[in-house]
Design a protein around this ligand. Structure first.
Ligand code: A2P
Length: 322
């Protein structure tokens, strides 16, 4: 089965099929992990201001670019418009802040991080008297998108896309935009296979990126600490995954990632562990058979980990769920 190291976006740009996720990685961890990631061959980095580590990422990028060990055009850097800035007047300023922190003159992909917007106060999202998150009811994706298009014209980003949008929101954007989104980043893994959204994106030439491709223990922990009921999913212990891993002499994580890549979907596993970081990139020397692909496809359980319910009150948003 075809498996591409790069996926071509609708503007012709090539995005490496495996990138490194950077959420839940504090500065000292991400600096070491990113340094190693670049050494072992990662060229795609997925960042966001809400991960609070863009300055650390920028320090590593500057070191590598200044020393000419890597050329800017060989890197694919994604960052995102954070929820509190989800309005046209904030887009350019927020992107420039990210570029400043990342020490770059442009990014390769700028994504609207979430379909919703929440006002910020004192460095945290605003809450009402019940502790529920305050949702901005005026978010207008079409108007925000027009400003996103301007970011491409200004040369601040090569491509634009969306993240966490649902089918209806994507369709509305497709029907009302000049530049079509080139990337949709969503939670996607063995137990949340997202067939409908992947089909919609393929039909519209939008590359899909899978976040939490290994099932993100980080989000599960976050939900539990927020007191939200959450099923733990341990994809790397699924018996079918273990059996296929044994057949190929690969790790369960490599099977989970290869299964995603063979669907022509990009994956951004996060690891700050040197051994696992290398393992996640080393998935090119084997192939899952059609039978293995279809037996894995039967394991969908519809378990979404990141539904933003760790923000109490989010379900009151008129367009929830995404
Ligand atoms: P660590 O950073 O200690 O490696 P996701 O990308 O789905 O959010 O998953 C990230 C989580 O999975 C992190 O807890 C990460 O921990 C862990 N992880 C990353 N790569 C592997 C791997 N190859 N095998 C097992 N766990 C992994």
């Amino acid at each position: 089965m075809a498996c591409k190291k790069f996926l071509t976006l609708n503007n012709g740009l090539k995005m490496p099929s495996i990138g490194i996720g950077t959420w839940m990685a504090p500065d000292h961890e991400i600096e070491a992990a990113l340094d190693l990631a670049l050494k072992v061959g990662y060229r795609h980095i997925d960042a966001a201001p809400v991960y609070l580590n863009e300055k650390a990422i920028g320090r590593v990028l500057k070191k590598w670019l200044d020393s000419n060990q890597i050329k800017r055009e060989d890197l694919f850097i994604t960052t995102k418009l954070p929820p509190p800035a989800n309005r046209p007047s904030c887009v350019e300023k927020t992107l420039r802040n990210s570029l400043n922190d990342l020490q770059l003159s442009y990014v390769d992909m700028y994504l609207i991080h979430t379909p919703f917007s929440v006002p910020e106060t004192g460095g945290d999202f605003e809450r009402d008297a019940n502790g529920d998150i305050v949702i901005d009811p005026t978010t207008d994706h079409i108007e925000i998108w027009k400003t996103m298009e301007k970011m491409v014209e200004l040369g601040l980003t090569k491509s634009i896309g969306i993240s966490n949008f649902n089918k209806k929101q994507i369709q509305r954007l497709l029907d009302n935009s000049k530049t079509k989104p080139s990337n949709l980043q969503i939670e996607l893994h063995l137990y949340f296979q997202q067939n409908e959204l992947v089909d919609l994106c393929k039909a519209n030439n939008i590359v899909v990126t899978a976040y939490s491709p290994l099932g993100s223990r980080g989000i599960v922990d976050l939900k539990k600490s927020a007191g939200v009921k959450c099923e733990s999913i341990n994809l790397i212990e699924n018996p079918k995954v273990l059996e296929i891993a044994e057949n190929h002499k690969k790790t369960p994580a490599q099977i989970l990632l290869r299964w995603i890549i063979q669907r022509d979907v990009c994956a951004i596993p996060k690891s700050t562990n040197p051994e696992r970081l290398q393992q996640n990139l080393n998935i090119w020397d084997f192939e899952l058979s059609n039978d293995e692909m279809s037996s894995l496809s039967k394991l969908d359980k519809g378990i979404r980990v990141c539904d933003f319910s760790f923000f109490k009150g989010m379900e009151k948003h008129p367009e929830f769920p995404w």
